[in-house]
Design a protein. Sequence first.
Length: 221
Amino acid sequence: MVVPLDEREWPVRISVVRLGGHSYRVVRAARPPRFAGLYEGRLGAQFCLDKDSAVTFAMAWGLAARSPYTIVFLPVRAAAAADACDWGRPLDLVLLHHRLAFPPSRWKQVRARLGAGTPHTVRLPRGAWPRRPVADHWRTRHREFRDHLWWEIAADTLVVTGSREAFELAAEQVRELAEDCPAHRVQAPDSHCCAEIEMGAARSFTGLRRPYAQLHVQYCR
């Protein structure tokens, strides 16, 4: 039986990094997922998970939506590189609220100063993964809609930035990966369980506009 996300405790480490007059609070998984791989692809990013890493991803997603002044870090690059998978360049993942106004170009310096961090436990309410009405998702297709997730790749890391609204529009898909997909996989081991998270365009460090992309999160184990 799968434990619901709101009944789970997520062990993390918290670091406070001071850089250039700014102070950044970084929360990262205390135990990086062993079986998780995030890869840069032609149309975005491919994230391969198992049951445990799906829970870690869901907890990170819920925290990023509800904690506007926290950088949420999933160090999964080493696990992806160890897999020797030919799916693209291995990446880490950073999720953060746009209110922080964090430039991805600073991530390399922040990561280098994390240290061991302080152990902590995160527990989130059920509301961290809300089920949104269909009408809300249709709104995202309108030209005037602005609450997209935005992305950048910096220092071998996919940095995803958005408002609480942007994260919550994808939250139901993320919750289903952690809570519903394990049962589907037991009943039909070859079934395809995934979340297709749309990300808006990004601006590269050269100033060139990069196209809209997708974070495709899939059970691979």
